[in-house]
Design a protein. Structure first.
Length: 191
């Protein structure tokens, strides 16, 4: 007698990429190191529970906790292969995810996690440039204008000088171009 072939189909989408990136930057590992769940926690770790939950949020554009368990149920094999963990849908019940939120809401532990994650993903280079050029994007809209405010009237990349636009970039450097007289609207500094 011939054995029947069993075929399981999982919708993969971008789940392997999202989970691989989470693992590469160490999200599951760092969460497990910085946050200790309730003593009765069993099964997949808090770190991997969170990483899979984040993959669900990004993949489905749905942040509701009560949708995650059914999403996991339809992707058990994919999640198992991507995480290397034993995956059971009950590990993503809304009650369990509420425990994750409670654990992540601890300010001291969150700061430790954030610091450790930033040390892995942010690089700082010692550069000695001869010239720095910043040309920030403008964002115009219907905002109130005041003398010291973030939004000002003036030359506009959008050709709408009648609308207030953001005149400072994240560094606090003006993007109006008046400081260096740069006609393109950027700011240039020479050493």
């Amino acid at each position: 007698m011939t054995e029947g072939l069993t075929v399981t189909t999982d919708r993969v989408d971008d789940i392997p990429i999202l989970l691989a990136q989470s693992d590469t930057i160490g999200i599951p590992e760092l969460l497990d190191k910085c946050f200790k769940p309730h003593g009765n926690w069993e099964g997949i770790s808090l770190g991997w529970t969170t990483a899979v939950w984040l993959a669900h949020i990004l993949e489905d554009a749905d942040h509701r906790m009560n949708q995650v368990q059914s999403w996991v149920a339809h992707r058990l094999q994919t999640l198992h292969l991507c995480t290397g963990q034993e995956v059971q849908e009950r590990s993503w019940s809304d009650d369990r995810l509420a425990l994750v939120l409670d654990a992540l809401a601890q300010p001291e532990q969150w700061q430790r996690f954030e610091t450790a994650l930033n040390q892995r993903i942010i690089r700082v280079y010692q550069l000695n440039p001869q010239r720095v050029r910043l040309d920030s994007t403008t964002a115009s809209g219907y905002w109130s204008v005041n003398e010291e405010g973030l939004f000002q009237l003036g030359g506009s990349h959008d050709h709408r000088p009648d609308l207030p636009q953001r005149k400072r970039d994240a560094l606090g450097v003006g993007s109006a171009g008046a400081a260096a007289g740069d006609a393109s609207g950027g700011w240039e500094s020479r050493r």
